[in-house]
Design a protein around this ligand. Sequence first.
Ligand SMILES: Nc1ncnc2c1ncn2[C@@H]1O[C@H](COP(=O)(O)OP(=O)(O)O)[C@@H](O)[C@H]1O
Ligand SMILES: Cc1cn([C@H]2C[C@H](O)[C@@H](COP(=O)(O)O)O2)c(=O)[nH]c1=O
Length: 207
Amino acid sequence: MTKGNIASGKTTCLEYFSKTSDIEVLTEPVSKWRNVQGCNPLGLMYQDPSRWGLTLQTYVQLTMLDRHVLPMSTPVRMMERSIYSAKYIFAENLYKSGKMPEVDFAVLSEWFEWIIKNIAIPVDLIVYLQTSPQTCYERLKQRCRDEEKVIPLEYLESIHNLYEDWLIHHKSFEVPAPVLVIPADHDLKKMLHQYEENREKILMAHC
Ligand SMILES: Nc1ncnc2c1ncn2[C@@H]1O[C@H](COP(=O)(O)OP(=O)(O)O)[C@@H](O)[C@H]1O
Ligand SMILES: Cc1cn([C@H]2C[C@H](O)[C@@H](COP(=O)(O)O)O2)c(=O)[nH]c1=O
């Protein structure tokens, strides 16, 4: 699984590996989060997180689960984020920042606990693209997704700190697989070089 802050370069990384034969790449279903039956839960959440946070996170949880249970069609599958990041990073951030009411967080948490207890979600390796929040802020502005124009640097800092506490400092939640950290503040050329250096570790993780 490839993890990292918003606009850290996850999709770019997965697009690079998707050129390799016998690898299936599952990018995040962001288009669904922007359009479910004509509504845009991602946009609504950024406009009014207290009202729409649960709506978005419930849908993210469902669509991530849907990805996790898809039968494998190749020996290797790379997936962008996971049901774990949705809960441990984004839902947690909404709750901790006082933007998700206690009852919403409790309902979402019970759903999440039920899922991970009853449905197998195997993960061999977490590839963590480690960036500074400032780098993500610049890449986010450059990508210019409409819904994300309201995101301040502080939001990316909170998401960054949650990732670091989870995957690096092991201070928050159980980590479901070994973590490969790839420093990702570099330009594209250096990033592609690092992906090549780590190719074997990434593609042989299931062995
Ligand atoms: N190493 C890099 N250097 C500069 N820009 C990058 C780099 N990697 C990705 N980008 C650009 O940053 C933006 C976010 O990248 P993307 O892969 O969509 O991130 P994510 O999937 O993590 O949100 C895109 O416009 C992309 O072209
Ligand atoms: C998993 C997850 C994502 N989001 C938001 C964060 C971003 O605005 C997009 C995903 O974009 P990225 O470029 O792939 O990082 O979705 C969220 O609000 N809640 C979540 O659980």
